[in-house]
Design a protein around this ligand. Structure first.
Ligand code: BG6
Length: 501
């Protein structure tokens, strides 16, 4: 395998003036640089259509690093050395001249470094530009070395199955699948990667990880933020496309997949794709019983007034777009037959909390008088970073009295290292040519297939059962009904805060 560390790397970011570049990509690249993870010879070309002076642009990026980098404010010397390798190229994505200028720069960089190294093209752009830029870099032969050149594509990858298939075909005609890195930043999160380690490096759980011992599974990603300034994009997307089709289905895959033959990209991606292909298709007659959607109305979060979704910038005043989705699905294979998986995500909710709960079954044979709380494994992805196991214990004293207690592993207590950001892990993997944490074409399509019956039903009945919920609550009460008879309500980490419905 070509190792990005030893090859010079020319990184091109299309969409350099966008939020992603400032908030995530440049802070991630800077942290890789100061951690000595970037190749010794590298260069970052930032392309966008707005006019910008080189120094002013670098200053904008520095402000972004100072505000968003996990390592805090940039060290002036290190920043100066890093920024000297960052160049702004003003260019219209629609014009051939943009790509010929880029080509000249890439060739000059490679001539100076004495080697044709890795070329990484990051598409941090609106989806309408993907095909345009792909066609242009193909035509100019900028990305023609299969072993060295890579393209990173941000979500959304298509807006439904047909558009995703079309985009896959379009890219597939011009580039090898090996060169295409479809990003789902959840897969780069340290706590998400740790689920694989937890499942497959601890054999003790494997015999329990199935329908015989597991009652149900909840995967919940609650966000406190609303749509903010992204109303333009979000109003035509909604929670199902924005979060479920990608992030939550990927979490489902990691929880439900079979152990791959080896820790190798294709084997892992095969195992995940199998999960998606085994999800029982949603039957239209039951759809509104198995899928709940909601939209936030005005409310309060941390004593701050939050607007109703329909009053957000660039959102239609009569919008039926869902900002909350909860669903119940089943996986039709031997391991999971009959075990319900509950997925939920929403914006403007009571608090940020991404958790996966594995609820084990009650013991069929009871020898104690006390009611026993069945075992539960809780994997907290963010903001808490922990794994805990709930079990029964004898309360100290002269009687046999049982109480549930927790065994906890927290990152904070176990490690002193700060965790890398998802984008650092993912960018480094691309430089190393490791596609393990990226979505393959068939995986993206399989994920779209899962949600298509829901999209179709909502298209047919745009306003049917759109449950409104107040910002600052845990979403519509109807989503608790979905859990019956398995649970009364969605699991919440104890936060000490008053519960709001
Ligand atoms: C993005 C979605 O993919 O993920 C956003 O488009 C969402 O709407 C974000 O807020 C959540 O990511 P994180 O890392 O903050 O949980």
């Amino acid at each position: 395998m070509k190792n990005g560390k030893t090859y010079p790397a020319a990184i091109t970011i299309f969409g350099a003036k966008g939020d992603l570049t400032r908030r995530k990509l440049i802070p991630a690249l800077y942290n890789l640089y100061i951690g000595d993870h970037l190749p010794p010879v590298f260069c970052i070309y930032c392309v966008d259509y707005l006019a910008a002076d080189q120094d002013a642009f670098r200053k904008e990026l520095l402000d972004g690093v100072n505000e968003f980098s996990r390592s805090g404010k940039a060290d002036p010397k290190k920043w100066a050395a890093f920024a000297a390798q960052v160049f702004y190229l003003q260019g219209d994505f629609m014009k051939a001249s943009t790509y010929s200028t880029l080509k000249d720069q890439l060739e000059a960089f490679e001539a100076a470094s004495g080697q044709r190294g890795t070329r990484l093209f990051y598409f941090a752009i609106a989806p309408r530009f993907i095909e345009i830029i792909a066609a242009a870099i193909y035509k100019q032969q900028l990305c023609n070395k299969v072993a060295l050149d890579r393209i990173v594509i941000e979500k959304p990858f298509g807006t439904d199955l047909a558009t995703a298939q079309q985009l896959n075909r379009y890219l597939g005609k011009r580039f090898s699948e090996k060169q295409l890195y479809r990003i789902d930043h959840y897969l780069g999160k340290e706590t998400v990667q740790n689920i694989m380690a937890f499942r497959f490096a601890n054999y003790v759980f494997e015999p329990l990880w199935n329908k015989k011992y597991i009652d149900h599974i909840q995967i919940s990603v609650a966000e406190q933020v609303g749509v903010g300034k992204r109303g333009g994009y979000y109003d035509s997307s909604g929670a199902l496309r924005d979060m479920i089709q990608n992030h939550l289905l990927q979490l489902l895959c990691i929880i439900a997949m079979e152990c791959p033959g080896a820790y190798k990209a294709e084997m892992i991606r095969d195992a995940k794709t199998k999960v998606l292909k085994s999800v029982r298709p949603f039957a239209s007659a039951q759809l509104f019983k198995n899928v709940i959607r909601g939209q936030y109305t005005a409310g309060e979060i941390n004593d701050t007034e939050m607007p109703a979704y329909r009053k957000e910038e660039q959102v239609a005043a009569n919008s039926n777009t869902e900002t909350f989705t909860a669903l119940r699905l089943f996986i039709d294979n031997d391991r999971w037959q009959g075990v319900p998986f509950f997925l939920r995500t929403g914006k403007s909710m009571f608090r940020q909390s991404s958790v996966i709960v594995i609820q084990f079954k009650d013991s069929p044979h009871k020898i104690f008088k006390d009611d026993i709380v069945p075992n539960r494994l809780i994997i907290s992805i963010q903001p808490e970073l922990e794994i805990s196991l709930l079990f029964e214990s004898k309360l100290p004293g002269l009687q046999m009295k049982l109480v549930p207690v927790e065994m906890d592993f927290t990152y904070q207590d176990a490690y002193t290292e700060t965790l890398p950001e998802a984008y650092e892990a993912l960018l480094l993997d691309v430089l190393h040519g490791d596609a393990t944490l990226f979505m393959r074409a068939d995986q993206v399509e399989a994920a779209w297939k899962v949600v298509m019956p829901i999209l179709n039903a909502w298209k047919k009945y745009p306003a049917k059962q759109l449950h409104l919920y107040k910002a600052g609550t845990w979403g519509p009460a109807a989503s608790n009904v979905l859990l019956k008879p398995y649970a009364k309500e969605w699991f919440r980490l104890p936060s000490g805060d008053a519960v709001k419905e």
